[in-house]
Design a protein around this ligand. Sequence first.
Ligand code: FHN
Length: 596
Amino acid sequence: MIFRRLSCRPLLSVVGLLLLSPSLAPAAVPESSTPVQETPAERDARMGWWRDARFGMFIHWGLYAIPAGQWNGKPVDAAGEWIMFNGKIPLKEYESLQKQFNPVKFDAAKWAKIAKDAGMKYVVITSKHHDGFCLFDSKLTDYDVMSTPFRRDIMKELAEAVRDQGLTMCWYHSILDWHHPDYLPRGPGSRRPWDTRPTTGADLNRYVDYMKGQLRELLTNYGPIGVVWFDGGWDHTAKELHAEEVVRMMRGIQPKLIVNNRINLPLDFDTPEQTIPPTGIPGRDWETCMTMNDTWGFKKDDHNWKSTETLIRNLIDIVSKGGNYLLNVGPTAEGEIPPESVERLEAMGRWMKTNGEAIYGTTASPFLKLAWGRCTQKPGKLFLHVFDWPKNGELFVPGLKNKVKQAYLLADAVNNAKVELLETTQSDDGVTVKLPAEAPDKIASVVVLEIEGPAEVEPPSIRQSAGGSVFLPAVEAVIHGKTARYESGEGKDNVGYWSDAQEWVSWDLKIKRPGTFRVKVIFACEDGVEGGRYAVEIAGQKLTGTVESTGDWTMFETADLGTVRLDAGRHTLVVRPVEIPHGALMNLQAVVLRPE
Ligand code: FHN
């Protein structure tokens, strides 16, 4: 076992225990989500740089980069940094990796420049992951980088290099610890099946004291830190982890510190992982963290790299919904960021060099949905990120009510002295922008609309066709919920992942020719999942339906639900689950109102 005695003075350790062991501590203040009181203006000031940054680098690095996804010559499933757990590697065996850790090619300045050139504004690195190994010089354990052949404080070198590039240094820190004897998962009496150590004597409060000691080191010895990115808090409650007190301690050292939501308190921002919330997380700061392939820590056999197009469009999509993108790299045991990652980050950097103004410091789109791309905004400016360049040269911006003062291509403004203004025409339905035949960028081209006043958008309402029918497609549905989402491609063009009966969809529509309409639902449902029930509600009328099997999720059929009477004017049609007995309701492709 590799542990130095706690070097803190006896008084501190007694005080530490007093505060940490609930039985001895004074009555704890009730758990709250704001351990440190501040005004909204103070919070906005503290969050300011992070909200402006929009794009950061995540780095998962540690002993797990040595096996790189294989153990005893065999591949180990799942993420590379979980190899100790998934490979059921006994502690002693895994600890022996420490004697091999010698990343001779590690070059902090090179890593920092890769992040900078990619357009990233902050770096979050695993100071300690679940395996308990510390990439920094800790006085509280010998299970750290200073007891490896490398013997250099990687965190110090990286912090300095990151700041030299004008970026912000941030720490990922795992609460969960497969190495520390005092850390027991999910309460007393249990250890991981492959961990043969006795559980007697294990003391979570003492572990929290150790974790606090290391957080003090990380927030005292390495200069200004932007974020502590907790992870692995799922075994214990905020109360058991003394979360409030931990946060107060950290903010006492660095008052401007930002802390994520993974020490089981909401705190400063939410952390959707490997996914982009369909409508963002209204009312919360949030950041999607994502791998570039399928693993956080390096795996030699993981070649499932996302394309540069996907990564750039993910960034735009996330920022258009008000979030930050924390994109991961998993360096090798030699200390190099994989070339596949570097290649993608360089391409993202080229896009950001031209289009950064449409990302940094922007806020979420005023539009619910844009069929051709996304939108971000700053006061007086809309940045239209066009993925699908219109073949007819006309870009329709639905529902925009503002007067457009001028419009131009951002690439034009950034790269050319003389900017070619684009022609715009305003109508009741929105604004049409005349575009050149060629898009400046095949992945995403930005059209800037300078507008008068704050963005004002009338939600697009769908109109009757010449024949009087109304077609309500999934792509135009407003999805009320976090799991149901619009899916397209590979035979899908539907609202899917509809597993939560509390989630519903709606369309706003305009009827000019009133009358009686037959309501038809176009849907698909895999064998065995059928039986869900739902209601279609409009103008105070309700029709119900039961989902039949259509064979699979991409075989669409039409159900006739009956008729409704609609007067002229605006209406909202809602499709609401009544019961979802078998895991999912249906893939809903469209609702059609056909005049009788
Ligand atoms: O278990 C970790 C995982 O290894 C990785 O660090 C991700 C990154 O956010 N977080 C946890 C899984 O949610």
